[in-house]
Write a new protein. Structure first.
Ligand SMILES: C[S@@+](CC[C@H](N)C(=O)[O-])C[C@H]1O[C@@H](n2cnc3c(N)ncnc32)[C@H](O)[C@@H]1O
Length: 315
């Protein structure tokens, strides 16, 4: 049984995916799969929200592609709290798919995603090979290339069990993604995930996107907004500063840790595309964007990064 707070947490994937779909429809970035995954574009979103999502999706995408190139595609990607994310299909569309792509989320979310994937040939054909290795059940998909499994990420033994079911290989370079996920669990639980990864994988990388600088007025308003929707955010203490975000990785076995605000990210994204994107919609107040983006951060960390030059990976 899910608690009210867990249900509210699960519902956050609707916001993320409708905002992404809205921005894609406006031309912020290209994603031919999102309209198949998500029905609604929801109500109009202001330009600063669209630009924020652009910076989030583009920066994570750049790091993923660099990881894939560094490992010459002989790697795995594990998306924790994947929601209705379409990265796997975008990678396949660019012939960049890793050996294995695994997604975990709460059962309610994976059940919904399985139903959608099952009903769209465009989505199933990406992993449904002629070898007939695919097993689709109510809330899970297991195949050689792509697996989607239910798990509460706060239960690390269950996470390990589900990843083993998805035939995870502990010997190849593996990238873990958490996009707006860790804040929904206590630091004890997020530490357990980060530690489990460095304990079990030789060569690995972690990309985390989430809130930061939560101790000022704007941060408090963000926290109140989440709380007013019944969302429990026990991980907010780690979102206090870039330093607290970095420390969490350093204390859990990660050798090389980078953590910058999304406002810094915005200034180092490929500027020709940023200029194209900024022409899409007129934005009145630059300060609003700056305020928003200084309250989110991107962290990427590696362990044993020398082997595949993982530690050289930069935005
Ligand atoms: C804001 S959404 C982000 C979804 C996706 N990462 C994205 O960026 O589009 C947060 C996701 O994390 C999942 N999540 C949060 N806590 C979780 C937990 N303890 N176990 C499994 N999934 C969790 C939620 O169900 C939801 O799908």
């Amino acid at each position: 049984m899910s608690s009210d707070s867990d249900l509210a947490t699960q519902a956050t994937c609707n916001d993320a995916s409708t905002c992404k779909r809205y921005a894609v429809q406006k031309g912020y970035w290209n994603d031919p799969y999102i309209s198949h995954m998500v029905k609604s574009v929801g109500s109009r979103k202001p330009p600063e929200i669209n630009r924020g999502y652009y910076a989030r999706v583009e920066s994570v995408w750049i790091l993923i592609k660099k990881f894939i190139h560094a490992t010459e595609r002989k790697c795995q990607i594990v998306s924790l709290g994947a929601g209705l994310d379409t990265t796997f299909w975008r990678l396949c569309g660019e012939e960049l798919s890793p050996i294995r792509y695994i997604e975990l989320d709460f059962p309610n979310v994976t059940m919904r995603k399985v139903q959608t994937i099952k009903s769209k040939t465009l989505l199933t054909q990406a992993f449904n090979t002629s070898e007939n290795d695919t097993k689709i059940e109510t809330s899970s998909i297991i195949s050689n290339k792509y697996s989607l499994l239910p798990a509460d990420l706060r239960d690390i033994e269950l996470v390990e069990k589900q990843l083993k079911l998805a035939q995870i290989d502990f010997t190849i370079p593996t990238l873990f993604l958490t996009e707006c996920v860790l804040v929904y669990m206590s630091s004890k639980n997020s530490n357990a995930i980060l530690k489990w990864v460095t304990t079990n994988f030789e060569n690995c990388m972690f990309v985390n996107y989430e809130q930061v600088n939560m101790n000022d007025r704007f941060g408090h308003v963000m926290i109140e907004n989440l709380k007013s929707r019944d969302c429990d955010i026990p991980g907010v203490d780690v979102c206090e500063s870039l330093e607290s975000q970095r420390k969490r990785f350093q204390e859990n076995g990660w050798d090389q840790v980078n953590c910058i605000t999304m406002w810094s990210v915005y200034s180092i994204l490929p500027q020709s595309d940023v200029q194209r994107m900024e022409r899409l919609e007129f934005m009145d107040e630059q300060e609003l964007l700056e305020q928003l983006l200084t309250h989110y951060c991107l962290c990427w960390a590696t362990k044993a990064g020398e082997s595949f030059n993982l530690k050289e990976i930069e935005l």
